[in-house]
Design a protein around this ligand. Structure first.
Ligand code: MF3
Ligand code: CO
Length: 272
């Protein structure tokens, strides 16, 4: 099915009175998809580069330097840098930092920490975004389970991505799996459309109702990036740097993120 045919079908749905039909601009062209795919390939290589090197004893600044140097060696740019004033090239979020941790020279990785590295790349003007958790050395069974269940939540969310399905199903099944395991989904952040800009429509809730929200159509690209807290979903933003999001209860938090393309028969993960 060509983009033209998808747009025709969406127009038909609008005429039938469906209020949740995505705007035509959210349906990427073949050329855009190719560009975004290339950007995502570099983004994945950056995460792989970090994965091979991350270990106890290094600073979060070191991760920032790896990400910047490797990204630039590929002819690409780090999207976070100066995005809304963000001061560094990557987000590094440890233990009770939910997201948007700022790399610095003082924070040293230690055995038992759980660390999210969130990498975002611009290549030829196309944006990509993905994050992984890393366990430094050995951690507790509790933290290990949080990391594992969060990854499962992402996988379960991805399985819900299908053409003419609903965005709400993604959040519904993610939250259901989190709650089953006694965890809470962070509500203050979500996934997002991506490709031509860092953050586009739609906002991707990691909780929600089945058969609710935006209709998914082939050619849409967005992230799914659930953040799971152990007991309470509440967060607070640092008043010092205005970015770092902590759990209110100081318990650990985990996050995994992929970028996904809606296809004719399901989905394709672009950030592999
Ligand atoms: N990478 C984050 C996301 O998943 C966004 C970080 S915003 C920044 O959406 F400014 F901190 F980079
Ligand atoms: Co994102």
């Amino acid at each position: 099915m060509s983009r033209e045919e998808v747009l025709k079908k969406l127009q038909q749905l609008r005429e039938e009175g469906n209020l949740n039909v995505p705007r035509d601009e959210l349906i990427k062209t073949e050329e855009q998809i190719q560009g975004i795919r290339e950007s995502a390939k570099i983004n994945t290589a950056v995460l792989d580069y970090v994965a091979e090197r991350i270990k106890a004893g290094i600073t979060t600044e070191q991760i920032n330097d790896w990400v910047k140097e490797y990204t630039e060696s590929q002819g690409a740019i780090c999207a976070p840098y100066q995005y809304g004033g963000f001061p560094k090239h990557v987000c590094v979020s440890i233990d009770d930092v939910v997201c948007h941790g700022i790399p610095n020279k003082k924070t040293i990785l230690k055995d038992g920490m759980i660390v999210n590295v969130d990498v975002s790349t611009i290549y030829n003007g196309y944006y990509s975004d993905a994050s992984r958790m890393f366990i430094i050395g050995q951690t507790t069974a509790e933290k290990e389970k949080l990391v594992r269940v969060c990854k499962e939540c992402l996988e379960i969310g991805l399985e819900q991505v299908k053409p003419y399905g609903h965005l709400g199903d993604i959040g519904y099944y993610i939250e259901r799996h989190a709650l089953k395991n006694g965890y809470k989904v962070v509500r203050d952040f979500g996934g997002h459309g991506i490709g031509l800009e860092f953050h586009e429509e739609p906002f991707v809730f990691h909780y929600g109702k089945k058969n609710n929200g935006m209709i998914l159509a082939p050619g849409m690209i967005f992230t799914i990036e659930p953040m799971l807290n152990m007991k309470k979903s509440g967060i607070r933003i640092s008043t010092i740097d205005g970015w770092t999001a902590y759990t209110k209860d100081k318990r650990p938090s985990a996050q995994w993120e992929h970028m996904v393309l809606v296809t004719e028969d399901g989905y394709e993960i672009l950030s592999y």
